[in-house]
Design a binder for this molecule. Sequence first.
Ligand SMILES: NC(=O)c1ccc[n+]([C@@H]2O[C@H](COP(=O)([O-])OP(=O)(O)OC[C@H]3O[C@@H](n4cnc5c(N)ncnc54)[C@H](O)[C@@H]3O)[C@@H](O)[C@H]2O)c1
Length: 264
Amino acid sequence: MGRMQDKVAIVTGAARGTGAATVRLLAAEGARVVVADVLEEAGAAVAAEIGSEAHFAALDVTREADWKRAVGETQQRWGAVDVLVNNAAVLHMEALDETRLEDFERVVAVNQRGPFLGMKSVAPLMKQAGRGSIVNVSSIDGMSAKNALVAYAGTKWALRGMTRVAALELGKFGIRVNAVCPEAGSGDMLSPFMPEGVDPELAAKYSQRILSSQMERSIADKLDDIARMILFLASDESASCTGTDFLVDGGYLAGFRFKQTPGG
Ligand SMILES: NC(=O)c1ccc[n+]([C@@H]2O[C@H](COP(=O)([O-])OP(=O)(O)OC[C@H]3O[C@@H](n4cnc5c(N)ncnc54)[C@H](O)[C@@H]3O)[C@@H](O)[C@H]2O)c1
């Protein structure tokens, strides 16, 4: 018996990266999964690879009409929406005083309005069913900061706040809402912003080494680690967990390690 047996999950941004790792794992644990993304070819390929327990939905998370259609179709196809994973996001890296308003607003639209519309769209069905789990994928950048991330980090902090409000409002209906804060993600998100010749995987490792972590994990392994945390929160195993953050950060936020001092 799988850990997600008889559950139906919608995962946004599931055509690649963390979202794709998540739908593969949820399906392997018995869930029926909606692979939702704007990348139609890649999303349909992920759904086809999983098989008949997966369905691709073209969903732009910024559009309320897309949410209505995707949630309605899921309800019709599989009779329920037990889990929503708000994973889709976009990155923009630029100095604060050079960031154009339209770039700022594009990031807010996907990373913040998207999860708002997602939670709003599934809440009535989950309330009716008297159960549900919503997992919002934030980031270590929603708990700390980096230069160049005024838009992105802002949305990731906001998502943690929205998670708490939703958990407080929906808890009485048996619906849990949590945030996952990963340190890592797909290189596809980072690579458009890397200076030419810089390998995003190496860059990520380098920044991690300077800070705190000693974890030597490949990006693919880290995506699986994040997916496993999402699986835990999506499943009934996390029945006592709601309204909080779950870090998957390899010790990134634990602090600094100074090599030259005792214990370093
Ligand atoms: N990449 C990282 O280093 C990193 C680190 C920490 C947290 N995260 C978070 O992890 C999550 C997954 O990101 P990833 O690393 O897999 O990156 P990714 O870019 O590979 O995946 C994001 C997915 O979201 C989709 N998407 C973008 N805009 C959309 C829209 N309007 N509607 C629907 N789908 C849309 C993309 O097509 C893509 O498939 C995100 O929430 C991200 O903020 C990423």
